[in-house]
Write a protein that binds this ligand. Sequence first.
Ligand SMILES: CC(C)(COP(=O)(O)OP(=O)(O)OC[C@H]1O[C@@H](n2cnc3c(N)ncnc32)[C@H](O)[C@@H]1OP(=O)(O)O)[C@@H](O)C(=O)NCCC(=O)NCCS
Length: 258
Amino acid sequence: MSGNTDLLFQASCLRQKAFAWFTDVTLVSDPDVLAEYESLLDDQEKRRHAAFHFPADRHLYLVAHALLRTSLSRFSDIQPCKWRISSNKSGRPEVAAEQCPEDRIRFNLSHTKGLAACVVTANVDIGIDVERLDRRCDMESIARRYFSRQEMQALMALPVHDRPTRFLEYWTLKEAYVKACGLGLSIPLDSFFFYRDRQMVWRIGFDRDDDPSEWRFVCVRPTPDHVLSIAIHDADPSEYEVNISEAWAGRLTHAWKS
Ligand SMILES: CC(C)(COP(=O)(O)OP(=O)(O)OC[C@H]1O[C@@H](n2cnc3c(N)ncnc32)[C@H](O)[C@@H]1OP(=O)(O)O)[C@@H](O)C(=O)NCCC(=O)NCCS
């Protein structure tokens, strides 16, 4: 049996820890590698993969899901193709409970042009979002529509050239939170807001029923062109350790195979 020799963890290693991997999906084009990644997908993923109209979207989906499955297998002897993933009642994809009877492996996935990222932990709600910095959009009108008053004020107080980065920091933090909650856009995006405290740590405030002290956020630039945010919901989030690494798109299965 193949096992992850160099990166073998147990699901218990994920207690109060999250591991995120991001990968530049443009760095893989070898047909053999892509065929191997396709063989990791389950039937539903294969159908979704085949249904994409544009080759770039199909490629992004394939590499993102190969990243997810190989990342999950770093924490278990379950092979990447064997993970049973289905959407819960709110539409969030989850690992079947019977595949991790003790520490429940939890994950979230995000993809944007050129980059895929996933985060894996155990037991707690977690969300991840990545976006490209060169994304063309009418930043100000989107911010007016979706951001809270506090975020809008802080954004507009910045020098003009700093606004696009801050806009995407807010955006990815909001998405990561909404994805961790698993409720999608049923949560009004202006019912919570982000700010940085004196130690420059990202914090959340709520107009909705939630407790800021139970949330931990990380917002980084994994590449010069991207912003990546992670949201973790835990009773004692200050103890949470978050590791973020790059995975090579052409060698995703190497992390798992011996
Ligand atoms: C899922 C959702 C929450 C995020 O989607 P997105 O940012 O477009 O896409 P991402 O690449 O970050 O995430 C997609 C992945 O999230 C996961 N996902 C799907 N539904 C989810 C849910 N309800 N909760 C958490 N994760 C979910 C899936 O793994 C999906 O990947 P897949 O389709 O390849 O399986 C989306 O439905 C949504 O509601 N987006 C909000 C868009 C918006 O207006 N944001 C404004 C921010 S200010």
